[in-house]
Design a protein around this ligand. Structure first.
Ligand code: 5GP
Length: 213
């Protein structure tokens, strides 16, 4: 029996990456974009204060809580959530336009955001990135040094709950070595794009006497 596949709505592939805070999701995404320059990143909107080195419009669109709530009212977000006391939301646009145009799009979501997206975009691929150990996660959060001790403890406690949801994801990638984790994700993207439901037009082309390539 073949795996049930959701019919892709759009030619572009949507990739949703989740990971406990500090598991290296940002570094993975940046490296992926270096290696796959055509991959688009759907930037989220947040009310969290900007961290040193972050750029508005690149890492997030940073807005005030008032602006965030106005956008919620206006139906601007596909999903939004309160994570560690701050609001985060996924704008519907330009993500859906990119997918419609055939671009592959990656976005980063916490587990609650990803679970909501699974209902809205069942055809997307959901990848959970894990640290090699909780001890390593603690070290990475401490090294980042951007959170208070209370916020760090909260992020570590959440990591355990988040990992309990891993069965809902399509794939799990351990981020022990950055380059290997990126290799794994590139392999997943490649395999997803070769799924029969994404290749039907090629099959039709060959069956009607055409040639591919
Ligand atoms: P950070 O503040 O460390 O960048 O992110 C905190 C958490 O919020 C991470 O788990 C991140 O994946 C998640 N996050 C980022 N953008 C969004 C979003 O648009 N929606 C949801 N639900 N979570 C998000």
């Amino acid at each position: 029996m073949t795996k049930e596949q959701s019919e892709p709505r759009w030619p572009g592939l949507m990739i949703v990456l989740s990971a406990p805070s500090g598991a290296g999701k940002g570094a993975i995404r940046r490296r992926l974009q270096e290696r796959l320059p055509h991959l688009r990143y759907a930037v989220s909107v947040t009310t969290r204060p900007m961290r040193p080195g972050e750029i508005d419009g690149v890492n997030y669109h940073f807005v005030t809580p008032e602006e965030f709530h106005a956008r919620v009212e206006a139906g601007y977000f596909v999903e939004w959530a309160k994570v560690y006391g701050n609001y985060y939301g996924t704008p519907r646009e330009p993500m859906e336009t990119w997918l419609r145009e055939g671009h592959d799009v990656i976005c980063e979501k916490d587990v609650q955001g990803a679970l909501k997206l699974m209902d809205i975009y069942p055809e997307a691929v959901y990848i959970f990135t894990m640290p090699p150990s909780l001890e390593e996660l603690r070290r990475r959060i401490e090294r980042r040094g951007t959170e208070s001790p209370e916020a760090r403890a909260q992020r570590l406690a959440s990591a355990d709950c988040e990992m309990a949801c891993v069965d809902r994801y399509d794939y799990v990638v351990v981020n022990d070595d950055l380059e290997r984790a990126v290799d794994d994700i590139i392999a997943i993207i490649r395999a997803e794009k070769l799924r029969s439901c994404r290749q039907r037009h090629l099959v039709d082309q060959v069956r009607s006497g055409g040639r591919i390539g």
